[in-house]
Every structure is written in C-alpha cells, then in structure tokens.
Ligand binder design. Structure first.
Ligand code: NAD
Ligand code: ZN
Length: 353
C-alpha cells in the first residue's frame, strides 16, 4: 500500500492499495471518530461495493446509513444535494459524524459539497472507485454540483479527513470509463512527469498502484502551491480549454476524458505549429493518446470551439490562460488574447501533422 500525505489547509493521507476497501472502518474510527457514517453512493457502485464498506464500518462501531442516487452526471444536481442534506438532518446526523463518498467523481463532488455545507462542515471520507476519481477528483478538495445554467457552478473547497483508494475496484469499470481516466493520467505525464509518461508506454496492469500514486502526488504538489486555483493550479487544465468546449458542444455526450484527449491533441498540434514545442513532442502526445484508444480529432469547427470556450467560466476579460506544452513533462501558462485563441484553435484543427 502507498500513502500520499497532503498538507493543505488541512493535513490528511491518501491511501492507495489493492483490496483495502474493507479497512475503511478502522481508518475512519482512528482518524474521524463519530457515531454515524452516512455512505453516499450511486446504484451501480452500491451493488458492487456497498456491503463490504458497510460491514467494515459496522465492525468499527458505526451506525451506518446510506443515500443512493442513480448513476451518471445528471444526478449531480441541486435537488439531490438538498435531498442529501435533508436525509442527514432526518437521520440525526451531527457535524462530528462522517460522510463517506463511495463512487466516482459524481458521487465525490456532490457528497463532498453536502459534507462541506451540512452544519458548516462534517467529517468526510472519499472512496474513489473510478480511475478519474482516484487520480483527479478525489484529490485537491474541490466539490461541486451542476446548476441548470452550467456544470460545477455551485461548490466549495473542502478537504477530506482521508482518501481510501482501493484500485481493485477499477477492474469492474466499463472500458470507456477506464479510458477516460487514462486521459487524465497522460495529462499528468505531459505537464509534470516525463518518467510517468514513459511508464505509460508499458502495460499498465501491474503498475496501476505506482501510476495512481505518482498522479496523486503530482496533483498534491500543484495544489499545495495553489490551493484556491489562482495560479499554477491552472496547469492541471492542460487540454481542458478546448476539452470543456467540446464537452459543452456535445451536450456532455462526449465523456470528459475523451473531450480532454481531443483538447490535448488540438493544443499539441497548435503548439508545434507555433514553435512552442517540437514536432516530436506533438507526435509523442498524440501517439500516447492513440495508444490508449483515445480520440485525437474532433468533429466540431474552430468557430464552434472558440465560441464554446468563451462561455467557459475560466476566461477573464479579453484574455484566457492557455496551458502550452514545451516538452514532455514541462508545460507553461500563457496569457492569450482572445483573437490569438481563435487562431490557435484553428491551427490545432488543421489537418496533417
Ligand atoms: N472535484 C474535482 O476536482 C473534479 C475533477 C475532475 C472531475 N470532476 C467531476 O467528476 C465527475 C466525473 O467523474 P467520473 O468520471 O468518475 O464519473 P461517474 O462518477 O459518473 O462514474 C462513471 C460511471 O462509472 C460507474 N462506476 C463507478 N465506479 C465503478 C466501479 N468501480 N465499477 C463499475 N462501475 C463504476 C458509475 O456508476 C458511473 O456510471 C464529473 O462530474 C466531473 O465534474 C471533479
Ligand atoms: Zn479533467
């Protein structure tokens, strides 16, 4: 088992191992205390993993209650958020008790936001069960729900008491959900860790624990430098300006990881054309995405992507911060005028490497 220590506004451990789900009760008892554990999960994850988690918590002396929502992004809404708060209140849950998020990023985000706001903050445990949740959404303390007018528009920064990642749970993921997580792993290699990028050229099977640990440590380091997302944390958005635009244009039919893969390929092509990185670097990025059967082309036009990118909440005034690859393992933030952004998107879509 690996442990990654996070020293943010709160210090806590991220525990990564195989078959450690049944140990959650003991860790919760030692780290969080409390009398009641409220497990928030979705219907698919409940069927697969709830009983194991429940018996572990009961054995550690908890009264266990559960809230199950339908799986999928559409559950990350205000109605479910309020239902969770009511459910906690009606169950006599106090701020000394523990909210346990068991599931992917959807469950982690909504349960985390409920934990952050119920009685101004409860104890909180993340058990990520998707690759994306393991390497990305369970790290860094961002929690959120979607509003009618857009994704992640209401939320809070709220760090958990600990994260327990049992990577054995990843074996039951659908292939496309697993691959979507791989896009974020490839991103970490490109922005910060050439060694990780090289590791991804080998079969992943027996290296999954090392890979998750490296990704989590990279995100931890970046978040440590910039917990509230004012500067360097934006580097985690490599491929995301175009990626978010593509997600939006597809009305969220294109999974996040796939849209980010298309976004990374786009910015890699544009960067090579503009001389920010070499053609080799671009080919390495695109080759790696293809190796993981991720898409590297989008059907949307540059005008469509540009307009959708402008509606994204990350643009401020007449500039946007783009993440530009310089070489594998090294990216930089680049303040970009909107006119130039348009040009970059067009360059990134031009056919022929
Ligand atoms: N907070 C953050 O920093 C952050 C970062 C990135 C993404 N996110 C959010 O994460 C969400 C996406 O997360 P996701 O990709 O994990 O999606 P998800 O939570 O919807 O999970 C994808 C699917 O996999 C199923 N599933 C989960 N674990 C499983 C398992 N072990 N075996 C079989 N099936 C399983 C789920 O039921 C669901 O159908 C988005 O809402 C996004 O906004 C948040
Ligand atoms: Zn992402």
């Amino acid at each position: 088992m690996e442990t990654v220590r996070v020293d943010a506004s709160k210090s806590y451990d991220i525990l990564i191992g195989s078959g450690i789900l049944g140990e959650v009760g003991q860790y919760a008892r030692n780290i969080c205390g409390g009398a009641t554990a409220a497990v928030i999960t979705d219907d698919i994850v409940e069927r697969l993993y709830y009983l194991n988690v429940e018996s572990s918590l009961i054995n550690a002396g908890y009264r266990v209650i559960k809230f199950v929502m339908p799986n999928g992004e559409s559950s990350k809404n205000a109605a479910n958020y309020l239902s969770i708060l009511d459910f906690l209140a009606e169950s006599g849950f106090t701020r000394k008790d523990v909210v346990v998020a068991l599931g992917g990023g959807v469950v982690g985000d909504i349960a985390g936001f409920a934990a952050a706001t119920y009685m101004r903050g409860t104890r909180f445990i993340q058990i990520p069960t998707t690759l994306l949740a393991a390497v990305d959404s369970s790290v860094g303390g961002k929690t959120a729900i979607d509003l009618e007018s857009g994704k992640n528009l209401a939320g809070a920064f709220f760090q958990p008491d600990f994260v327990l990642c049992d990577h054995k749970t990843l074996y039951t993921l659908d292939e496309d959900v697993f691959r979507a997580g791989c896009a974020e792993i490839i991103k970490y290699g490109i922005i910060r860790d050439k060694g990780l990028f090289e590791l991804l050229k080998l079969p992943m099977d027996d290296k999954i624990e090392e890979i998750i640990t490296r990704c989590v440590a990279i995100k931890r380091d970046i978040v440590n430098e910039d917990e509230c997302d004012g500067g360097i944390r934006q580097i985690l958005n490599f491929g995301h300006t175009a990626g978010h635009a593509i997600e939006l244009l597809s009305r969220y039919k294109t999974p996040h990881g796939y849209a980010v893969a298309e976004g990374m390929a786009l910015i890699a092509r544009a960067s090579a054309r503009m001389g920010f990185c070499t053609a080799d670097c671009r080919d390495e990025i695109i080759g790696m995405l293809k190796r993981y059967a991720l898409p590297t082309e989008t059907g949307f036009s540059s005008e469509e992507i540009y307009s959708a990118a402008l509606s994204d909440k990350k643009s401020s005034g007449d500039k946007i911060t783009l993440i530009i690859p310089r070489e594998i393992g090294k990216c930089e933030l680049r303040e970009t005028k909107l006119g130039e952004l348009k040009e970059i998107i067009a360059l990134g879509l031009e056919r022929g490497e």
